[in-house]
Design a protein around this ligand. Structure first.
Ligand SMILES: [Zn+2]
Length: 140
C-alpha cells in the first residue's frame, strides 16, 4: 500500500530531495508531497538553490549568474501531456515527480505554495515544452 503522497519513493529520491532542500515532503516516507496535481502540459519545478561558491571555491558574482539561461530543478508534479501548439499533435509528458531537469529559467512563472511546515515557498511552473532535458543519474 502506498502512503498519502501516492508516489514511489526510493533512497535515491530522498537523497536528491535533501540535496535540493525541497520543503515539500511526505511525513510518512520523506518523499515528495506536493499539495497540487498538475494537469495537461503543466509542470511544477523546485529550482535548485543557486550556489554562489563553486566546488573549487570560486565565488560567482550575481551578474554572471544571470547569464546562465538554464537552471536545474526537481519536478514536483507534472501533467499527463498536452497538444503541441505547432504540430497540433498530442504529446505525452515524460516527466515524473523526482526527475532532475534542466529548464529555461527565463520562461517560468513563479508561484507561492505552502509546504507542510506552514511556510510559503516559491515554485516555478511552466509548460512541459520549456523543460529541455531530464538529467540521468544526477550526482550534483
Ligand atoms: Zn509518502
Amino acid at each position: 500500500m502506498r502512503c498519502k503522497c501516492n508516489l514511489e519513493t526510493t533512497e535515491a529520491i530522498i537523497k536528491l530531495l535533501d540535496k535540493f532542500k525541497v520543503p515539500f515532503r511526505c511525513s510518512e516516507c520523506s518523499g515528495i508531497y506536493y499539495p497540487y496535481r498538475a494537469l495537461n502540459g503543466v509542470v511544477f519545478i523546485w529550482g535548485k538553490p543557486v550556489e554562489t561558491i563553486t566546488a573549487g571555491g570560486i565565488h560567482i558574482p550575481e551578474i554572471s549568474k544571470d547569464q546562465f539561461k538554464t537552471s536545474y530543478g526537481i519536478v514536483l508534479t507534472a501533467g499527463k501531456g498536452c497538444e503541441n501548439t505547432k504540430t497540433k499533435e498530442y504529446t505525452e509528458c515524460e516527466l515524473t515527480p523526482g526527475d532532475v531537469v534542466i529548464y529555461d529559467k527565463n520562461v517560468p512563472w513563479k508561484m507561492q505554495v505552502e509546504a507542510s511546515d506552514g511556510k510559503f515557498y516559491e515554485v516555478a511552473l511552466m509548460n512541459m515544452f520549456d523543460v529541455s532535458a531530464i538529467v540521468e543519474d544526477y550526482e550534483g
